[in-house]
Design a protein around this ligand. Structure first.
Ligand code: SPD
Length: 287
């Protein structure tokens, strides 16, 4: 069970399977939306941060680990990166990284919880940066699963899922029929990307997600990195494509332009991160 103890003597913790992952700080906002409990905090080390249903989502001074890893392998390698769909991502960090790519002409972001967007705009403004005003950016507050199901085929060059753990509103973001719609709405040469949990703290979900994506798309590979505030700190993102593992081969021109201003991502880092599959995961995936 995962829960946060927000008023725990100056510590804000996510509890997960007998371990606490905490930051020293104070709670700024705590409220129940129509979908989840939203907590905004001010931490000593990482600036302002966001929890949903007691689980760490992001924080100002470490969000780039997560958002750069999720976005750039896909946008640097899809055949085109003109039309992008982001499902979830209400804090704006994923959209911000996508919009750094000059090839992007239109980005739809479909976030189920409008309060996450409002509170992020107010308290975590650096996450979205200029995305909220960017004319290429189009926000819909609604159900991303229904959006994907209702889309006509071949609508997007890249589909990115930036959801929370598979419980509550994000549960349906990890199942076969959702992934099949994501494949259907990708243009030829398109790339799908999703956060795929921790190989330590969420091993079963991680393995099942990678297996399912391989089955649905034909090609899928996890990339391993870290998000220090998340359970275990060790995290993964999985990329999938129909026509081959094109996400492993960033276009050199796109990559050079983007990597110059990245904190974590570079073609070299990405290459190592795809190779950094631990032996026990390799065995599981081969089984
Ligand atoms: N266990 C946390 C998984 C959260 C993934 N989404 C984070 C949202 C950042 N934009």
């Amino acid at each position: 069970m995962t829960k946060a103890s927000a008023a725990n003597g100056g510590w804000i913790d996510e509890h997960h399977e007998g371990v606490r992952y905490g930051l020293a700080g104070r709670v700024l906002v705590e409220e129940q939306s129509d979908f989840q409990r939203i907590t905004v905090i001010e931490s000593e080390r990482y600036g302002k941060g966001l929890l949903l249903d007691g689980c760490w989502m992001t924080a100002e001074h470490q969000e780039r680990h997560y958002h750069e890893s999720l976005v750039h392998p896909a946008l640097c390698a899809a055949a085109a990166n003109e039309r992008i769909l982001v499902i979830g991502g209400g804090d704006g960090g994923t959209a911000r990284e996508c919009l750094r790519h000059p090839g992007v002409q239109h980005l739809d972001m479909v976030e189920i919880d409008g309060r996450v967007v409002e509170l992020s705009q107010k308290h975590l403004a650096s996450l979205g940066g200029g995305c909220w005003q960017d004319p290429r950016f189009h926000l819909t507050v609604g159900d991303g699963i229904a959006w994907a199901a209702d889309c006509t085929h071949a609508s997007y060059d890249v589909v990115i899922v930036d959801g929370s753990d598979p419980a509550g509103p994000a549960e349906g973001l990890f199942n076969r029929s959702f992934f099949e719609h994501c494949r259907r709405i990708l243009r030829p040469g398109g790339v799908f990307a999703t956060q795929s949990e921790s190989p330590e703290a969420f091993l079963k979900v991680h393995i099942e997600t990678v297996r399912l994506l391989k089955d649905v798309f034909g090609h899928a590979d996890p990339l391993y990195g870290w998000v220090p505030m998340y359970p275990s700190g060790w995290w993964s993102w999985t990329f999938a494509a129909v026509d081959g593992p094109r996400y492993r081969h960033p276009d050199p021109e796109r990559a050079a332009r983007i990597a110059a201003a990245c904190e974590i991502w570079s073609p070299r880092w990405q290459s190592g991160a795809f190779e950094a599959m631990p032996a026990f995961i390799e065995r599981e995936l081969l089984a």
